[in-house]
Structures are given as C-alpha cells and as structure tokens.
Design a protein around this ligand. Structure first.
Ligand code: ADP
Ligand code: MG
Length: 680
C-alpha cells in the first residue's frame, strides 16, 4: 500500500472527480484519508414516528403501505409515499425524482433519514435519504459530513472515502511511539483513521479525535522547539560586552521603569551577553512601555560597537520612534536615522552610504529597510515592532543583513501564553504585564446610532476643554478603495454638518507617508481638533492630549483590534474615553461590546476574542508561518495543547535531536510535516 498514490487510482474516482478532489487539496491517498469530516449526523438510532417533534432530523424505520404516487404540481412533479411503523404513519415526499418510481415495494421495510414536519398530528418528511431495510449506506450509522466543493456531493465523497479507507484498513504504520500511546492512552493510527471518518458511536469519535489532535499539536510543538534549539546550536551569535551597562541609559530616563520593564530588560540583557543569539518575543499591552525597552537594548548594542535596525510597519510609527530614540540617545552620542520609502533619492543615497560605513548607529524604518541595497556595516541587533504586521520571512530577511544578530520581536497583541508557545514556539518569550503607574482606566461605552447626538455633544464638551478626538472609520473590507470612501464620507459629515466650527482632518492608508506624517504632526501640535482616520492609527502613535476616541461601526472590528485602537487614547494625564458605536442586534455583537466595556486588560480580551471567533480566524489574521491545523482547534483543544507542550519540552530535554530509537518516529513526523523549514 502506497500512501502517496495518486487519488485517481482509487475506486470511484474518474478524471472529473480527480479535479474536484484536487480543489479540496486532495492529491494522494494520504491526503484523502486525512481529509477530516466537518461534522457528523447521527443516523444510527431509529425513532418512533409518533414521537417525532416538528423540525427533528430523524431516522425512521417504516413499511411502505402503498405504492409511490406521482403528483403534478405547478410544473413540478411530486412523489408521495405513505409509510407506517408500530406507532404511526408518515407521508414521505420528494420533488422531481421520478426515478424513484419502482424503488419501493408494498409491505417492505425501509429506513428514512430526514426532517420531520408535524402539522397538527399530520406527519410528513421531505426529501429524505433512505436505504432498504438491511442496507446501511445512507442510514443506520453515524454519517460524516465533509467540507465540500461545488459539484461534489456528500454521498460521492463518502463513497470515495470508504474506498480509500478500505485500501489502508489495518495497514497504516504507527506514527507515534508506543510509549506515548500507552502513557496517554491513545488509540492506534489505524483505529483513529477509521473512526474519525466512521465512528460507531460518539465515544469512537472522541477517542479518534483526541489521538489525532495530540499528534498534530505534538508534532508542531516539537518542530518549533527544535527550530529554536537549532538557532542556538548551529552558529555562534554575538556575545555583547558585559561591561556595557544598560543602567547608564536607564538612569537618564525621565521616569522610573516598572518592575515588569526591569524584569524583561534583565532577560534581554542576559540573552545579549550570552554566546548564543537572541530570538525573543517581547509582549506587552498597548502603552505598557515597550519602546523604552528597545531603546535600552539598542543602547547596549551600539555601545558594544554594533549597529541596530528597528523595523516598524508604518512611516508614522517610524517617525515617532525616531523622535523617542533621539530624545534618549542623542545626548549619549548615538546617531539615529530614518529610512522610509518617502525620502528623496539623494537623501537615501547619502543615508545608505553612511550606514554602510558605520556612521549611523541606529536605523529606524519601515519594510523599505529590507531592500537589497540597504547594507549595514555590522548589524548586531534587530528589533521589529508590532510583529503581527510582518511575516516570519520579513523578520528573517532583515536579520540576514547581519551575522547572526540578536532579534527582538515586539508585539502589542496579547496572546495567552499557551498560544504564544505555539505561535512563537521558536522564540523565547518576555512579557510586560504591568502598565506604568497613574494610568487612568479608559472609560468605554457602547452605544447604538440613536445616541449619535449625545456622543457629538460629549465630543464638543471635551474639545471645549482643550482636548482632541479621534474618530475611527468602519473597516469596509480588506479593500483600501472602499475604506477610503468611508473616510471621506465621514469627513464630509463631521466637518460640514456636525463640527463646522472646529478643525477636522482625515488620514488614511492611501496617503503618501509624508502627507500622513504632516497630518500627524499637525494633530500632535494641536492644529487639528478632530482626526478622522482608518486603522492606520492603530499602531503605536502617541498624542497625549487626545483623550476621546469614537469608533464607528465598532461591530465590524475584532476585539483585539478594538483594544489596539483604544490604546491610542489614555496616554496623557486626562481621563480618556472610548465610544463604540455599533449597529445590529446580534447577541455576539452585544457580548463583544460588553467585553470591551468591562475590561482594559488585553489578555482577557484576547482570550475572549479567541473564544468568540475561534482559532481559525485568529490564525487567519496573523501571518505566522505555521501550517494550518487539519484537526486541532486551539481554543477547544487547549487542555491537549497544554499537555503536549509539557511532553514536548520533556522529550527534547532528554533527547534534543530525537536520536533515541524510541523517538525516531517523532523525528520522521516532524520531518514529514515541516520538511522545508527544519533541518535536523
Ligand atoms: P507601547 O508598549 O504601546 O509601545 P510605549 O512604549 O509607546 O508603549 O509607551 C507608552 C508611553 O508610556 C510613552 O509615552 C512612554 O514614554 C511612557 N512610559 C513608558 N514606560 C514608562 C514608565 N515606566 N513610567 C512612566 N511612563 C512610561
Ligand atoms: Mg509601541
């Protein structure tokens, strides 16, 4: 038996169906048997006709009491069949299925599965699937339902699956070591494969699924940890000088660091001094003070004789970082420069030259920094801010401009720790779990559109007191053109109708970086009262005087994103407000708004977000470089994930290269799944 055999050789698969299967990502026998059901329908236990309630989807076992009659009805034909069991009778109907004509014999028993309509005691079932009494193709068992593609039916795919499974039945080689199967009471790969498709009862399914999820998560976690080990082993990283003290810059700061900031700086310092290169994720809620951590790390790298690259997703953010870095580091004789796509050719040439000969210590910029002609003299530290905007590839690309530089990845998307271990399992993790003191809680209100006037009144009152406001536009789609339209519409409304007496401006992703910067500068300088914006302001921009944010159509945003946006206010000494305007009455929307109003804790919000959206979406919105899971669901399977994380760590502690005989299967497993990414 060859698992890599083309699906076209499987019984029932003709040229036409090959194409359909390919569309589903099924090319080989292995792909087929690992194409798991989306859900199941229990068609195994018959019910008595008299006991069926309106709307139930049920299996009935009944005898045909008459022959099938064809009825014409407004151009359609309808087939009717009266059947009866010991408790009652039921009229079965189909539409346009004349071929059924000779299928049923009076007095013979059949099984029907379908939806019951009970109209004051008159029971009917429309378009059921059926089997002859003793047959079990469509009924009599739990039936898997697969994700489908147009023109491929459940019945056809199920038949193909049955044929595929028949070929491998009992012949699959075990993929997990025996000691794990025994210790965690997992069933064999043969059992799991059979029962995940055709469970005899619920328990079969649960056991099979547990085994497959375990395998999938274990394999991913082992692979990531192995990848992490390989960073450390293969080549030596930079060992930064122990005599250069971060405290020199810390003492210059205008504020005292929080305990959490000090702790992560110690972790980073330790990592930088070690011989192995640093690959660290720094997580901290918006406003927790990650920038200053990056400044301290950069200081150390520069004073040890290396250059630093700070890569951020937007030009606005790069500019703001530049200011902050310069404020702290220029006095210490460190040269910081900005590289964004908007600068002139001549300026850029000069910049690149100074970079290459080591005249620039810290280069801050956008992905323009990845371009080939950007050459560092000796890059020693790479910091990427707001990681979720960059792919793993971009992170690696910038790091390749140095010789094993240390890498610090900063993100404001709080991720529950277990999840971080699987999303960023190849990185060490530091968490800032404390905000600087005296931050006021951002008061958040969810309102429907009827409240618009009151909200506007409130904005006016705040502006009168000298504050400024953000108004964030609904996300129309992942489509900048449409988003643009909505900014402009909002601008019209607010500037012309609502607040003609104030200065309103708008800012969006389609503007040139320079233009965006100018507007942000004006907003910072208080020359603009109300800034209408798309989510370009989502990341990092700091305007302490602005204390009110109105988010239009808040229901269109994810919780994590709302939280990020909200983080733009509450940065100064003023009480800040976030007003979520939403439309619609759905319970999920209300629940989401409730979460936002009840907490300012990014970790709580991200867990809720995950729960309400499911992990699929969570992963979809992040470019993480991890293959999608075939069966695991990171939210539902959190207990298995936790268990597997411990197992993976333990296994690698004892056998880091998976060389022991008992672990060879695991090595195969990760090689098979992550072939391109990992060399062990
Ligand atoms: P984020 O983690 O969202 O990037 P920032 O680094 O932009 O947060 O910090 C937010 C604000 O808090 C900045 O104005 C920064 O100067 C200030 N800040 C950072 N750390 C402290 C601290 N320990 N005490 C007081 N203010 C701080
Ligand atoms: Mg930041």
């Amino acid at each position: 038996m060859d698992l890599n055999k083309d699906v076209k050789y499987i019984k029932g698969v003709g040229p036409n169906r090959v194409q359909l299967l390919n569309k589903l990502g099924i090319f080989t026998l292995k792909d087929l048997i690992t194409y798991y059901p989306r859900t199941y329908e229990d068609r195994s236990k018959p019910r008595n006709i008299a006991e069926c309630a309106n709307g139930d989807e049920v299996l009935i076992e009944a005898v045909a009491c008459g022959s099938l009659s064809d009825v014409r009805l407004k151009g359609k034909t309808m087939q009717k069949l009266l059947v009866r069991d010991e408790t009652g009778s039921c009229t079965i109907t189909w539409f346009n299925q004349s071929y059924l004509k000779n299928k049923f014999e009076i007095g013979k028993s059949y099984k029907f599965y379908g939806k019951i309509v009970n109209n004051f005691g008159k029971i009917t079932m429309t378009s059921p699937v059926f089997d002859e009494d003793k047959k079990n193709f469509n009924t009599g068992k739990i039936i898997p339902l697969y994700p489908l593609t147009y023109q491929l039916s459940q019945n056809v795919l199920r038949r193909i699956m049955e044929a595929g499974l028949a070929e491998v039945e009992g012949k699959l080689e075990e993929t997990l070591p025996n000691y794990l199967l025994e210790e965690y009471r997992l069933e064999t790969i043969n059992e799991a494969t059979k029962y995940i498709h055709f469970p005899r009862e619920l328990k079969d399914f649960e056991q099979a699924r547990k085994r497959l999820v375990f395998e999938e998560l274990l394999c991913t976690q082992l692979a990531l940890l192995t990848l992490k080990n390989s960073y450390c082993k293969d080549e030596q990283g930079i060992s930064f000088n122990k005599n250069v003290k971060m405290s020199d810059v810390i003492n210059q700061l205008p504020f005292k660091l929080t305990k959490a900031q000090i702790r992560v700086l110690e972790e980073i310092d330790h990592n930088m001094e070690a011989k192995t290169s640093m690959n660290r994720l720094l997580q901290g809620d918006v406003g927790s003070g990650k920038t200053v951590v990056a400044i301290c790390a950069a200081y150390k790298a520069v004073k040890c004789g290396y250059q630093v690259a700070i890569m951020v997703p937007t030009a606005i953010l790069a500019t703001q970082h530049l200011e902050n870095f310069q404020k702290m580091l220029e006095q210490l004789n460190i040269k910081c420069e900005l590289l964004i796509s908007g600068i002139t050719k001549k300026k850029k040439e000069q910049l690149l030259e100074r970079l290459a000969n080591g005249d620039i210590d810290i280069l801050i910029g956008t992905h323009a920094m990845i371009e080939e002609n950007v050459i560092f003299k000796n890059l020693g530290l790479v910091v990427t801010d707001e990681q979720h905007r960059f792919g793993v590839k971009q992170r690696t690309k910038i790091a390749e401009k140095g010789k094993n530089p240390d890498v610090l990845v900063m993100t404001a998307t709080p991720i529950p720790r277990t999840l971080a271990l699987i999303l960023y399992g190849d990185l060490d993790i530091s968490i800032i779990d404390e905000l600087p003191p005296n931050r006021k809680k951002i008061e958040t209100f969810a309102v429907n559109t009827k409240m618009t006037q009151r909200v506007n009144g409130f904005i006016e009152q705040q502006i009168q007191e000298g504050r400024q406001a953000y108004i964030v536009c609904p996300l129309v789609e992942e489509n900048e053109e449409l988003d643009l339209k909505s900014v402009e519409q909002l601008y019209e409304i607010y500037q012309k109708k609502v607040f003609p007496q104030y200065k309103v401006e708008c800012i969006h992703g389609k503007m040139r970086p320079k233009q965006k910067d100018e507007i942000m500068e004006k907003f910072k300088a208080k020359q603009i009262d109300i800034l209408i914006s798309t989510t370009v302001i989502e990341v990092g921009v700091d305007v302490p005087n602005s204390n009110i944010m109105v988010i239009e159509n808040a229901e269109r945003f994810g919780l994590a994103q709302l939280h990020q946006l909200r983080g733009r206010v509450g940065r100064g000494n003023y009480q800040s407000y976030c007003i979520l305007k939403y439309e619609g009455k759905s319970e999920t929307v209300k629940e989401r708004m409730k979460v936002m109003c009840s907490t300012n804790d990014g970790f709580v919000i991200s867990e809720k977000d995950l729960e309400l959206r499911g992990s699929g979406d969570f992963f979809g919105t992040m470019q993480h470089g991890i293959p999608e899971f075939k069966i695991a669901n990171l939210f539902e399977d959190m207990p298995i994930l936790k268990c597997v994380q411990e197992i993976a760590t333990k296994i690698l502690q004892h056998d880091p290269r998976l060389e022991e005989t008992k672990n060879l299967l695991l090595k195969d497993l990760i090689k098979d799944k992550f072939m391109k990414r990992i060399e062990i």
